[in-house]
Design a protein around this ligand. Structure first.
Ligand code: ADP
Length: 599
């Protein structure tokens, strides 16, 4: 409903104008019959249009024009007063109508009123826009205003962009004008584009993030809010697009992501286990090595308590908890039983939050199983060596001092004692020789002199060396070598050492029957076998006999030896990436089978 004020003192005209206005039910009118009346009404009420006679009983419409009210004024004048009308127009009247004798002006009146109202609306909108624009000009956020075209409401065109927008995107207001979604230029994220267009279609406000392209080609990030704007009649007429530059934030987010990624790479590639726990001791991060050492998977442990991953260990839960509660601990020794026996060193350090309060720990897990084993082996070795050396030495010292102290000792007893001293010295010498050999191989001190060698020839040489010894024991020593075998790239002395030790043992532990050496090729391997018909090895000793100083307990039988021969064999076989296997049954012979890969 539009309110119209009619100012007319002529009763006939009043009546005629009233009728013309009443034709449109959208209009409601108020009648003033004098300037004084009009002044009073205007003080109390706002109108969308005023139709006023120029010359009134108590003055002219000029007075209303002078009062500079916003309402459009349509002046009516008598015929012949056109000059006055022109003057009124100059003073700001919206239009004028000349009251002709035939009252034709009444026909144009409704159109004139409608135009005046439209004009007022447009002017109001313009004023409002100008107000908004000036308010937004220096606003912190980038703003675009678009005007909704009723013909094409899905693509409202930009009519304004403020300076912050120019700063953000590089485009000036006049470059943006007339374009529907100027900020979408260069945006590649289709879901964001769809979201924005959908919001415009539904006339709903939306906030989203866009990755835009600055005029200079650089990328900017903005948080974009679309707000539909209603005009005075409550109709959707414009959109405000408000953009906040979040490029710096996005960049630091990206930097953070990158440094996280880098940290992950470092975490996963270091050889020690790393676990990060929060103040509740829940696992936040865990690297591959830690998962492997603890025998857990990512999903099993993330957000679970670190303590729960240590269920299978020798130490009690309380003990571990006490350690974990410390701000710092170093090399706490943990004996894990599952997934396998392991000795781990745990070192933990607390990190703090911005208030200096403990917010978690980084725990480094080092697998020291091997080191501990080696240390143990060294200790065992030293005590074994001293023990093994002491026995023959004690005999040598004992028997030699007896001979020295007993000047009258009969010649045969002296001979017997001297033989014992000689044998024990031999044993000592063998032992020292074996120990030296083993330590040389293990330390890698002696460089093998490798060349293409014929193992068959070495077998024959060793055979010749042991032939007499075997014959003396009544044993048959024989060999079989496949024809046209390839050579092996190896050190002659190392291969010979293997054969000497294996054939020597076979003869030593065989009383009846014989010893058989064979060499064949199987696929890409040379297979060397030393078989005997001797006393055999109990299965429980299969793994142990390769350990230093291990000797099978033989009830009621004392057979000479150092317990190092097979350790040396094994070490040499390892040098060639070969394998050694035993087949044996007690009292039913033994077979050592070595496979050498032919490189
Ligand atoms: P040793 O110097 O005692 O022979 P080795 O390391 O060569 O030391 O052998 C370890 C142990 O393995 C021996 O003491 C012996 O009991 C057993 N053994 C080795 N070879 C044979 C074999 N051919 N038959 C029976 N037992 C053997």
């Amino acid at each position: 409903m539009y309110n119209i004020l009619l100012i007319e003192d002529d009763i006939v005209d009043q009546f005629a104008i009233k009728r013309a206005v009443e034709q449109d039910p959208e209009y409601s009118y108020t009648m003033a019959s004098s300037l004084k009346d009009a002044r009073k009404i205007l003080r109390a009420q706002q109108f969308d249009a005023i139709i006023t006679d120029y010359a009134l009983g108590d003055g002219t419409a000029q007075e209303i024009l002078n009062s500079k009210i916003d309402t459009p004024l349509i002046i009516t004048t008598g015929a012949g007063d056109e000059e006055i009308a022109v003057k009124a127009m100059k003073a700001g009247a919206y239009d004028y109508l000349v009251k002709d004798g035939d009252r034709n002006y009444l026909k144009i009146l409704p159109i004139t009123i409608e135009n005046a109202i439209q004009y007022k609306k447009a002017k109001e909108n313009e004023d409002w826009l100008r107000l908004v624009e000036s308010a937004l000009l220096n606003a912190y956020g980038a703003v675009i205003i678009t005007e909704t075209d009723p013909e094409k409401p899905v693509a409202p065109k930009a009519i304004y962009a403020n300076e912050a927008y120019t700063k953000l995107t590089g485009f000036k207001g006049n470059e943006v004008k007339g374009k529907p979604f100027p900020f979408l230029k260069g945006v590649q994220n289709n879901t964001e584009i769809a979201k924005i267009k959908q919001a415009v279609k539904n006339e709903k406000s939306v906030t989203t993030e866009i990755k835009g392209l600055h005029k200079n080609g650089s990328i900017y990030w903005a948080e974009l809010t679309l707000v539909p704007v209603l005009n005075r009649e409550g109709k959707h007429s414009h959109w405000l697009y408000i953009m906040h530059d979040i490029t710096a934030h996005k960049l630091s987010e990206e930097l953070l992501r990158q440094s996280k990624e880098r940290l992950d790479i470092i975490l996963h590639s270091i050889g020690d286990g790393v676990v990060v726990i929060n103040e509740n001791q829940q696992i936040m991060r865990i690297n591959y090595k830690a998962k492997e050492l603890l025998g857990v998977t990512q999903t099993q442990v993330i957000n679970n308590k670190f303590l729960d991953t240590l269920k299978h260990c020798r130490e009690s839960r309380d003990d571990i908890l006490q350690i974990l509660n410390r701000r710092f601990f170093a090399n706490y020794e943990l004996h894990l039983k599952k997934p396998q026996n392991r000795i781990l060193y745990l070192t933990g350090n607390t990190f703090s939050d911005i208030h200096g309060k403990s917010s978690g720990k980084v725990i480094i897990i080092r697998d020291v199983t091997k080191e501990k084993e080696i240390a143990q082996m060294k200790n065992d070795f030293v005590s074994n060596v001293s023990h093994e050396l002491r026995t023959p030495l004690a005999s040598i010292i004992g028997f030699s001092s007896t001979i020295r102290n007993d000047k009258n000792m009969p010649r045969e007893i002296q001979e017997e004692f001297l033989t014992i001293i000689y044998d024990e010295s031999q044993r000592l010498s063998h032992l020292i020789e074996d120990i030296l050999n083993l330590s040389r191989i293990e330390s890698g001190q002696i460089k093998s002199k490798r060349e293409d060698i014929d193992i068959g020839a070495i077998i024959k040489e060793v055979y010749e060396g042991y032939k007499i010894q075997a014959e003396k024991k009544g044993l048959e020593l024989s060999y079989q070598i496949e024809e046209n075998l390839p050579t092996l790239y190896a050190d002659v002395n190392e291969i010979k050492q293997i054969l000497i030790n294996l054939v020597g043992n076979a003869i030593k532990f065989t009383d009846n029957g014989g010893v058989f050496i064979s060499l064949i090729k199987e696929n890409a391997f040379l297979i060397l076998k030393v078989q005997d018909t001797g006393i055999g090895i109990p299965q429980s000793d299969f793994d142990l006999i390769f350990e230093k100083f291990h000797r099978v307990e033989r009830v009621g039988r004392q057979i000479e030896g150092t317990g190092l021969g097979l350790s040396i064999v094994k070490e040499i076989v390892n040098l060639y990436n070969g394998t050694i296997k035993i087949e044996s049954e007690e009292n039913n012979g033994t077979c050592f089978k070595i496979s050498f890969p032919i490189s």
